[in-house]
Ligand binder design. Structure first.
Ligand SMILES: Nc1ncnc2c1ncn2[C@@H]1O[C@H](COP(=O)(O)OP(=O)(O)OP(=O)(O)O)[C@@H](O)[C@H]1O
Ligand SMILES: [Mg+2]
Length: 236
């Protein structure tokens, strides 16, 4: 579904991503794990068209997307929930979700997509009329993912969906993401804390200093000495 091949990204004069290759197949849940500053966000932002690779290719459903504009990439069916959630603070929860259905019209009816977003995060129903400043960090994360889902994407890119959340709210976010996978959507999660890697992850990539140093099932990652030296041992 998504194929990133030998991508090199420079930001100004810094070589940030080095020959990054990764793949996300239909219905897969892939985690891109790495320390702070290793290049996770840059990888996701490159897929979304915010950075233009100097070399390499990004293909989504067989079409090259590198060099295309972010909104065109979103229209092809890539949903994006950024690290800082980036919800519209002046709008209510309901309006934030609804706006995604205008951004990508067509496909499933808007009402159905909105229902799906609340089914995945039922807690958001209670806050439908609430605006950004009155929401907790966890509610914002859920809203950001719900809004990406309302776009009706085939693949969702989630940048650190558990970061900064209290342990009490992490299960609700994790259950919501699991529910999205049951809807048949693929998910690529960037994560810096191995304890947050969901147990339903099908495959995992480890990124270190802009290079992919591991690709395989999570259990193999925890057994890999280089990986465990960099990101720590098994989370469970
Ligand atoms: N706009 C920018 N200008 C200069 N350097 C940048 C810029 N954005 C990212 N970088 C650098 O690129 C590298 C990778 O950053 P990136 O944000 O992709 O890491 P990350 O793995 O997402 O980290 P974190 O876990 O802290 O979110 C870092 O060294 C960072 O300082
Ligand atoms: Mg990041």
């Amino acid at each position: 579904m998504l194929t990133v091949t030998d991508v090199d990204v420079f930001i100004q004069t810094s070589h940030i991503l080095r020959h990054v290759s990764l793949e996300v197949g239909a219905r897969e849940v892939i985690c891109l794990v790495g320390r702070n500053g290793s290049g996770k966000t840059t990888t996701l932002r490159t897929i979304m068209g915010y950075h233009r690779p100097r070399a390499g290719r990004v293909e989504f459903r067989g079409q090259p997307i590198h060099g295309r504009r972010t909104h065109e990439i979103a229209l092809l069916g890539l949903g994006w929930a950024p690290e800082d959630s980036a919800i519209f603070s002046d709008l209510t929860v309901a309006e934030n979700i609804e706006i995604a259905t205008w951004t990508r019209p067509g496909g499933r009816p808007a009402a159905e997509r909105i229902e799906l977003a609340y089914d995945v995060f039922p807690g958001l129903r209670r806050y439908m009329a609430r605006k950004g400043p009155a929401m907790s960090g966890g509610e914002r994360k859920m809203l950001s993912i719900a809004r990406a889902l309302a776009l009706d994407p085939e693949l969702l890119l989630l940048d650190e969906p558990f970061e900064g959340l209290s342990p009490a709210i992490i299960p609700a976010v994790s259950l919501g993401i699991a529910a999205i996978t049951r809807l048949g959507r693929a998910i690529l999660i960037a994560e810096s804390n191995i304890h947050h890697v969901p147990d339903y992850t099908t495959r995992l990539y480890v990124i270190e200093r802009g290079e992919i140093i591991f690709d395989g099932p999570p259990d193999d990652a925890w057994r890999d000495t280089t990986v465990s030296r960099i990101i720590g041992g098994a989370p469970r």
